[in-house]
Design a protein around this ligand. Structure first.
Ligand code: PTJ
Length: 247
């Protein structure tokens, strides 16, 4: 790991990079994951590297959606596992209906197993790997991301899929599941097709989602439905694009 002093003006950003580089070396994150991260960094820079109100609004709706779900699943890829394993533990373990399922684009069974093992080592109580157990197929996809564990995404009504490929997001939406994403690019196909898009950096959004879940946990179903019916994803995406344009 690089020695990054706290006084470095870009310390937080450099530490995330470092974590991801190490995660590639550990065989958790794919090499292409570094490129995906760089794309995220560019959008984050344009967004002023802070959490905007449109993201907070989407995070609140996401929490309401997870709390209203019967079987919510957090779909974890190599970047998410590399950057946010400690945050996945908190989310899954504090929300008894929530499962994590490792699902990869650059697929190998070895990497799925390695990520599942990493999450287990961190203490995640409910974690599956697409392709490891009894497997079903998500229609409309030709690559490994179509694999779904029969106890996980296959029976999920709500799927949280940060940093996702657009075609899988669209296939999940077409399958009737509610889809929540975290994506710094408001123009991506994923951002545009998900039901709830949190335009914020992953490791900043997840603790806020955790807080919001704790805050809303004892809220009535009626109030949660009210939050969801008032939420407008198009408006949030427009606000994100305006923020980027205005600088
Ligand atoms: O581990 P695998 O094999 O499943 O592969 C995972 C990656 C991320 C490599 C794969 O899904 C991929 O290529 O993703 P894309 O199509 O590059 O999409 C990633 C999206 O996430 C882009 O829109 C980025 O702007 C965004 N993004 C990248 N890093 C972050 C981010 N959004 C939020 N927080 C980040 N840290």
């Amino acid at each position: 790991m690089t020695d990054i002093p706290d006084t470095h003006p870009r310390a937080a950003s450099l530490r995330l990079r470092d974590a991801l580089v190490q995660s590639v070396r550990d065989g958790i994150t794919s090499e292409a994951g570094l490129i995906a991260h760089g794309r995220g960094e560019a959008f984050y820079y344009l967004l002023g590297e802070r959490t905007h109100d449109f993201a907070r609004t989407a995070i609140r709706a996401a929490a309401a959606q997870v709390l209203r779900a019967k079987h919510p699943v957090f779909s974890v890829n190599g970047n998410v596992a590399g950057l946010a394993a400690h945050q996945i533990v908190e989310l899954v373990n504090e929300n008894p209906r929530l499962w994590a399922e490792v699902n990869l684009f650059h697929f190998s069974l070895e990497r799925v197993k390695r990520i599942v093992a990493k999450l287990q080592q961190f203490g995640v109580q409910r974690v599956l790997g697409s392709g490891l157990g009894e497997t079903q197929i998500l229609p409309g996809l030709d690559h490994a991301r179509r694999l779904m564990d029969a106890r996980g995404i296959a029976i999920a009504d709500v799927v949280l899929v940060p940093l996702e490929d657009g075609d899988r997001c669209q296939a999940l939406v077409a399958s009737g599941r509610k889809v929540i994403t975290i994506d710094l690019n408001p123009l991506s196909r994923t951002a545009q097709s998900a039901h709830i898009t949190i335009v914020d950096e992953l490791t900043h959004a997840l603790p806020l989602l955790r807080e919001e879940l704790n805050h809303l946990r004892n809220t009535s179903d009626r109030e949660l439905d009210d939050i969801l019916s008032r939420f407008n994803n198009k408006q949030c995406l427009q606000a994100a694009m305006d923020a980027i344009r205005k600088g």
